[in-house]
Write a protein that binds this ligand. Structure first.
Ligand SMILES: [Zn+2]
Length: 260
């Protein structure tokens, strides 16, 4: 778009009726609305909440894996210890049977067998202690496993609730965005192509909106007050001139309360 610089304002090559220029303000309002909706969608609190919950869920899964490994280890140790107890018990039983049956008559052999039974009973007691201790540790590990599973359930429920809240918010935003987009399309159909092209070009380069109202000497786009020189230039410009604010590059749309 060719431009003729004139002081601190620019007159665009494009010319458009005041009515068409005023329609740009409606377009700008809708673009502001669409920008606001897009920002809302990207900064929904539920998104941050869900990220935290995902982190918590991962921790819970890790805790469950650790607890399961612990339980498996303890189960193995417990099985081994119980087997040891059983072996000792069987051996004591056999020794006792031999003693009871009176098979051992040799005094020294008898004493040795009785000593063995005594030492085996001690060993059985020790092993049973180990079994009890392992059972206690297993109980604790199971409690931790249960706690993690409960936490997992809580996190899952919170995730489901946050997801449904997020989805509802997104649906509401999308509904409003669809309305604004439809309204924008209707206005676009009404704005001359060259003016629209200029508006869109400015919008993509400065961001936000491509046009703003001039009200009481202030640019609605960048909020800067126009100087007396600038206001005089606006006053001198024909109604179909498209005036641009040098400060923010936006199209300045004259309104009844522009202050010129
Ligand atoms: Zn401005």
């Amino acid at each position: 778009m060719r431009q003729r610089p004139r002081g601190r304002l620019t007159l665009a090559f494009v010319k458009a009726s005041p009515e068409s220029q005023l329609r740009l303000l409606e377009l700008a309002d809708l673009d502001t609305e669409l920008g606001r909706l897009d920002h809302r969608r990207r900064s929904l609190p539920e998104t941050a909440e869900l990220a935290q919950l995902t982190e918590r869920a991962a921790k819970v899964r890790d805790a469950i894996t650790i607890a399961d490994t612990n339980l498996a280890d303890l189960d193995r140790e417990l099985a081994r210890a119980e087997k040891d107890v059983e072996q000792v018990r069987v051996r004591i039983e056999k020794d006792n049977q031999r003693l009871d049956a009176g098979q051992v008559s040799n005094a020294r052999e008898l004493e040795s067998l009785q000593n063995e039974v005594t030492s085996l009973r001690r060993r059985q007691g020790d092993l049973e202690e180990i079994v009890l201790e392992l059972m206690e540790r297993r109980e604790q590990a199971q409690a931790m496993r249960d706690g993690a599973a409960t936490e997992g359930g809580t996190v899952g429920a919170e995730e489901a609730a946050a997801t449904s809240r997020r989805d509802a918010a997104v649906a509401e935003i999308e509904e409003q965005a669809a309305k604004a987009t439809a309204a924008r399309a209707a206005i676009v159909a009404d704005v001359p192509a060259d003016l629209l092209a200029l508006y869109d070009k400015i919008r993509s380069s400065v961001g936000g909106v491509g046009a703003a109202a001039l009200r009481r000497g202030q640019c609605g786009g960048c909020r800067e007050m126009l100087s007396t020189v600038e206001l005089n230039e606006v006053r001198a410009a024909a109604p179909d001139e498209v005036v641009r604010h040098e400060e923010c590059r936006r199209i300045l749309v004259r309104t009844p309360d522009s202050g010129v």
